[in-house]
Write a protein that binds this ligand. Sequence first.
Ligand code: FMN
Length: 235
Amino acid sequence: MIGAGAAPGLERNCIDEIIVGRFACREFSSVAVARRTVEQILDVARFAPSGANIQPWHVYALAGAAKDEVSASLLRAHEDARNEHTSEYKYYARDLPDPYLDRRQEFGRLFYGSLGIAQTDAEARSRQTAKNYAFFGAPVGLIVTIDRRLEVGSWLDLGMFIQNVMLAAAGRGLQSCPQETFAKYHKVLRSLLSIPAEQMVVCGISIGHAKDPTTGRLMPRADAEAFASFKGFEN
Ligand SMILES: Cc1cc2nc3c(=O)[nH]c(=O)nc-3n(C[C@H](O)[C@H](O)[C@H](O)COP(=O)(O)O)c2cc1C
């Protein structure tokens, strides 16, 4: 495993630094982000590639009272009726094989450990989950949807778009957090945002300034040797 440092002998350019500098930020300052900035981020993100250029993304950009209304409704649903809501798609395999199970367990240890929450403390974990719905205090929240008639290939395209959003934000000194947990409350979001029936809620993305600018990525990565094999290259 490596942290954010470059592997020995591999130098990084400014795009590399933006990719590596992005992390899932879960504590934002309340400093506003202008609508113009969000427009610029989306204007750049739309250059994501997509099969046959079908561009299968749709975004609801929220700030101010509109974001607060969404947060309040989702927090209420999380508080009162969390077992009545479920995502329209499955994010995780039910039985994760290794090495994914191992990594998820490591995530749990690092994540809850960093918050001082015991993994057995369901109440504290639920309070942490609730922070998702307040967009972790970020001034901007995006809700990302996709047309349910599209196939899995279009979800690949959407992932590239979402990454572009986060990198375009990082290039402007902003941080972000992609959040699949919004998909669970698609019914609440559908009615609040008038999301058409054919659109499926995929995730949210919080965007803003990190509350503590010295925070960075907590999660390690397996190094390239663990997932890539090279053939045919000269040494
Ligand atoms: C599609 C997607 C959905 C995610 N959903 C959530 C979420 O609902 N809540 C959350 O706190 N983090 C969420 N994350 C953040 C991941 O936990 C995070 O990306 C991962 O642990 C790696 O950490 P890093 O992004 O800081 O490198 C999500 C990430 C992705 C890519």
